[in-house]
Design a protein around this ligand. Structure first.
Ligand code: FAD
Length: 289
């Protein structure tokens, strides 16, 4: 089923994310975590794509497993910056052959040693969106950045290019993680003003360790509010307490979003079924209401 058709239903939708193993040796472990996450009956599970190609072949494999063996809809991420156009076309053809209906079209981070993509590559995600649109009957998602993408100095440019991307054939957007809901509400206001009307799924990342927070910060430039920083300062050295506090913080963010009319939530569950389950337990009555 196409995710966009599911999102049209007037109810709350919750989705999770898994990432493929770095080596084939880790495959079974990722599959076991994925199976448990699927057991929570999310509306879909997305599978990330290794920009450098290291784990990319497993993305399609896991997405197929989620859809066919676990009976949950899947969303396969696909990046284009570090592959040639021909390689990207082959991946799209493979996804089509496997019956994958939903693709999250991404540029990916440009490898430090590569510079700006060369002529035989797609330069931006909007070009990949067009390519996928012309390659089959896919539902296409794309990324957006409530705090602005790290490469852009001006937020207006970000929204201008986001509009170009959406107009190229995007059905829905998923946000980069954020920890202050007001940033998301402000972003929603600005993109709606700019004429971007597709559904936007806020991406919520439960931060369960100080190490994870540092990595998230380095990768995305995300701002951590003082309230969150205080949690980290107090509980960062105590793993069990930090996990509990991180789950509570993410739950609180989700409840606030739902209370303010948001219907769709994407949880960066990071191959941690216990974290995904704890959040779902916290929301058990809330998502029924
Ligand atoms: P784009 O939309 O192409 O934007 C990249 C930059 O270029 C932005 O600054 C944008 O404003 C600018 N830009 C866009 N169009 C133009 C234009 N026409 N002219 C000039 N500038 C332009 N990475 C992975 O490697 N694997 C994953 O699975 C993955 N999943 C992700 C999922 C989500 C929900 C998010 C938010 C990010 C994910 N990423 C993933 C990270 C993502 O690949 C990086 O953030 C990447 O740097 C940007 O990708 P994009 O698709 O947003 O690029």
């Amino acid at each position: 089923m196409k995710i966009i058709d599911r999102l049209k239903e007037d109810r709350i939708h919750i989705s999770f994310e898994v990432f493929p193993p770095k080596t084939d040796a880790g495959f079974d472990k990722v599959l076991a975590a994925t199976d448990k996450i699927a057991g929570l009956s999310p509306d879909f599970i997305s599978v990330t794509y290794g920009a450098g190609g290291g784990t990319s072949k497993n993305t399609a494999k896991i997405a197929k497993h989620i859809k066919e063996d676990l009976g949950v809809e899947s969303l396969a991420h696909l990046t284009c910056a570090s592959s040639t156009k021909e390689e990207v076309r082959m991946v799209i053809a493979n996804l089509k052959e496997l019956g994958i209906e939903n693709i999250l079209a991404l540029r990916g981070d440009i490898p430090a040693d590569m510079g700006f993509p060369t002529e035989d590559r797609f330069h931006y995600a909007y070009e990949l969106v067009k390519e996928i649109r012309n390659s089959g009957d896919f539902c296409i998602g794309a990324a957006c950045y409530p705090e602005g993408h790290v490469e852009n100095e001006h937020k207006e440019d970000d929204i201008k290019y986001l509009k170009q991307k959406v107009d190229s054939g995007v059905d829905f957007l998923t946000t980069q993680m954020f920890f202050d809901n007001d940033i998301h509400y402000n972003f929603l206001y600005r993109i709606r003003e700019a004429g971007i009307t597709v559904p936007v799924l806020p991406g919520i990342m439960p931060i369960t360790s100080a190490k994870q927070m540092k990595r998230s910060c380095e990768l995305s430039g995300t701002v951590f509010p003082r309230r969150f920083q205080a949690i980290l300062d107090r509980f960062g050295d105590c793993p069990e307490a930090m996990q509990q506090a991180g789950i509570a913080y993410a739950t609180d963010q989700i409840i606030d979003l739902l209370a303010n009319g948001v219907k769709n939530i994407h949880i960066y569950s990071m191959n941690k079924p216990e974290v995904a389950k704890a959040i779902m337990d916290n929301l058990s009555e809330i998502i029924k209401c």
